[in-house]
Design a protein around this ligand. Sequence first.
Ligand SMILES: Nc1ncnc2c1ncn2[C@@H]1O[C@H](COP(=O)(O)O)[C@@H](OP(=O)(O)O)[C@H]1O
Ligand SMILES: [Mg+2]
Length: 253
Amino acid sequence: MNFKLEDIIQLSIEAGKAIMDIYTDPSSDFGVEKKSDASPLTKADKASHEVIVAALEKLTPNIPILSEEGEHQGYEERSSWSQYWIIDPLDGTKEFINKNGEFTVNIALIENRLPVLGVVYVPAKDIVYYSEVGQGAFKRENGEDVQLEVNKNDKKIVAVRSKSHANPAEEEVFEKYGSTESISVGSSLKFCMVAEGKADIYYRHGPTMEWDTAAGQAVVMGAGGKVYAGNTEEELFLYTKKDLLNGSFLVLG
Ligand SMILES: Nc1ncnc2c1ncn2[C@@H]1O[C@H](COP(=O)(O)O)[C@@H](OP(=O)(O)O)[C@H]1O
Ligand SMILES: [Mg+2]
């Protein structure tokens, strides 16, 4: 790697600062717009995107960037990349607008259809989750780095699901794994909760995009978790698909 993971961590924090400037500005209306898929977009999504893209273009000029708020390159181009950055500058835009703090900055590096590095920053809590695959996953809080490990104690199975986009079909899968309790959380924080053992299972039935899941997947994999496509443990959940839209997926601690 011709960059340091620490550079990417610092960059996620810088992007988070740009988000918080807007989040905490009492005079800001967030500039909420509706995108073509009816999902919301704010000034904060755009500000974070600008910070990340400008820095990555300097840091790794030879690595292509796919950002939710940038150009969505076609499959022919994407499939020719040996590695690329995939960015969700502000995941959980609905949670940002609802001011519940459950939103994240997501930066991941994809190689061979899987994330090999991921950083998830939680601006409202100033917490970073990060992982370079094969080197463990970590949480940085109050200047301290703690290694993460999924929960190996299966006495009580806690499920986690979307706060704004939960689907009734998820309950069946949670029950199949013996879960009796589910928590609703916005954004890629759900992957991080499985990574730190606060939840054991995250099954997502409804749609997400590749940039919503890549960084979180790196973190949970680094902590010993697994991410599967669909609702069984048969197929790995892969990236660089023809369509950037993800199918359902299952995260297990
Ligand atoms: N109908 C839809 N199609 C595609 N993605 C959707 C969607 N509804 C929700 N999402 C994705 O779900 C993400 C939010 O995840 P969650 O529900 O776990 O908080 C959104 O990220 P953004 O907030 O970055 O737009 C969005 O990409
Ligand atoms: Mg998102």
